[in-house]
Design a protein. Structure first.
Length: 439
């Protein structure tokens, strides 16, 4: 009996030791709530982010929870209760300022020094992640807006790439006469698509210098250049440039319309390059991307600078060290190379040096050219300003929803801009306007 007891005791001790060892070495979870991603995109994130990170960081286990279009609302509620994810993903710097002001985000300055982010990332994008001088967010991707079209369709109709508003309207009117929708556009899945069009006319008609002056409080948003911009957008809506089904058209379907000939052009951002392999399969060389046409007196092209998404660490994060390790991996050459080879335009992280990066042959040269041109305009400080990057949250929310009131004839452009300005001035006073780099 003694031997049985001894064996039992030894076995029990071994099991206890094994259990304690497993507990001591168990990977600590790092949580990340993500926006919408289709099955193929989720597969890319599993392969090149989740699995790759976990293999390289055995002390941490990254998990991603896909929250879809409800991410921003759910995140806002969770952050108020200190129950959100470790990695905080927002739609842009405007949200960062509000969260930082509320003490919901961890300062990243020490990490930036320790991990070399200050040297690794372009300075202007670090500046956009600051609030009251402290770094709280890093940009997941940077992007711009412009005009996509189908080269073959343009050639068949005798159209040339427009660089002026007059040339754009001439093509649009000719398209209407031929039963073609001028602009492939829609917002059924994302009302925020409205701001793409407001941003384009603000920059290409009012001009980026005036947008900068308004953002810094030098002139009001009711100034005449902005009235002209919104009146022009309303005129395009009334003329049918956006078609009859804008409110029921998915943003991806809107891009598909230029591939199959239903639409002449698609005014959208560089993120739409991710749809090209699906809708331009076998005719990828027919995709064209250019700057949105400019009004008289405004330089062409104007590429509005946008940060589509920011990444931060929650002040209440359960695993801040793991979250820091995730960010460090995301902003590295290995992840940049792997993810951009299979998923362009969504992970254009602002690495300072891309000399060691080599993307796959399947990457569209049009995408590479567009991003290179944007990088040049950023370097030369000739860029424009996207609403989701540079406006504070309440102002931007009104910009998105209020423009529909203009389109439907419920308010005038002047009334719309007055409410926009009133909201902006209040948020400017409250310190909620994101950092605006000097021009």
């Amino acid at each position: 009996m003694r031997s049985i007891k001894n064996r039992t005791a030894i076995a029990g001790a071994a099991a206890a030791f094994l259990a304690s060892t497993m507990l001591a070495t168990a990977a600590e979870e790092v949580t990340w709530w993500y926006e919408a991603a289709n099955p193929e995109q989720q597969g890319h994130l599993t392969d090149f982010l989740i699995d790759a990170f976990n293999q390289n960081n055995p002390d941490h286990e990254l998990t991603i929870d896909y929250r879809g279009a409800e991410l921003t609302r759910q995140l806002r509620v969770a952050m108020l209760a200190d129950s959100g994810p470790d990695v905080v993903m927002t739609p842009g710097p405007a949200y960062v300022a509000t969260m930082a002001q509320a003490g919901q985000l961890m300062s990243l300055d020490d990490l930036a020094d320790e991990l070399g982010w200050n040297d690794r990332l372009l300075e202007v994008f670090l500046d956009l992640g600051r609030y009251e001088g402290q770094l709280y967010a890093l940009p997941k991707t940077y992007e711009t807006l412009g005009l996509f079209h189908n080269k073959q369709m343009f050639e068949e109709n005798g159209w040339e790439t427009p660089s002026t508003i007059a040339e754009l309207e001439a093509i649009a009117d000719d398209a209407l006469a031929k039963g073609i929708i001028p602009f492939g556009a829609g917002n059924s899945n994302w009302q925020g698509a409205n701001e793409w069009h407001v941003t384009m006319v603000m920059n290409s008609i009012a001009g980026p210098d005036n947008v900068y002056k308004a953002l810094t409080g030098e002139i009001p948003w009711t100034s005449e250049p902005f009235v002209e911009a919104i009146e022009t957008l309303q005129r395009w809506w009334d003329a049918g440039y956006f078609g009859e089904d804008y409110l029921s058209t998915h943003t991806e379907e809107a891009f598909a319309m230029i591939a199959d000939g239903r639409a002449a052009m698609s005014p959208v951002g560089t993120w739409a390059f991710q749809f090209a392999p699906t809708y331009f399969e076998g005719m990828e060389d027919q995709i064209a991307f250019s700057g949105f046409p400019s009004a008289d007196g405004v330089p062409y092209p104007v590429y509005p600078l946008g940060i589509g998404t920011t990444l931060s660490i929650a002040a209440a994060a359960e695993n801040p060290d793991g979250a820091a390790a995730v960010l460090d991996y995301v902003f590295g050459e290995e992840f940049y190379t792997n993810i951009n080879t299979v998923w362009q335009a969504e992970w254009n992280t602002p690495l300072r040096d891309l000399s060691a990066v080599s993307l796959g042959d399947e990457v569209l040269p049009q995408y590479t050219d567009a991003m290179a041109e944007l990088a040049t305009t950023v370097d030369e400080t000739k860029y424009g300003y996207t609403s989701w990057t540079f406006l504070p949250p309440a102002t931007n929310n009104y910009l998105i929803g209020g423009i529909e009131e203009v389109w439907f004839g419920r308010v005038t452009p002047e009334e719309y801009l007055q409410q926009l300005d009133d909201t902006f001035q209040q948020e400017l006073t409250e310190g909620k306007v994101p950092a605006i780099p000097p021009r």
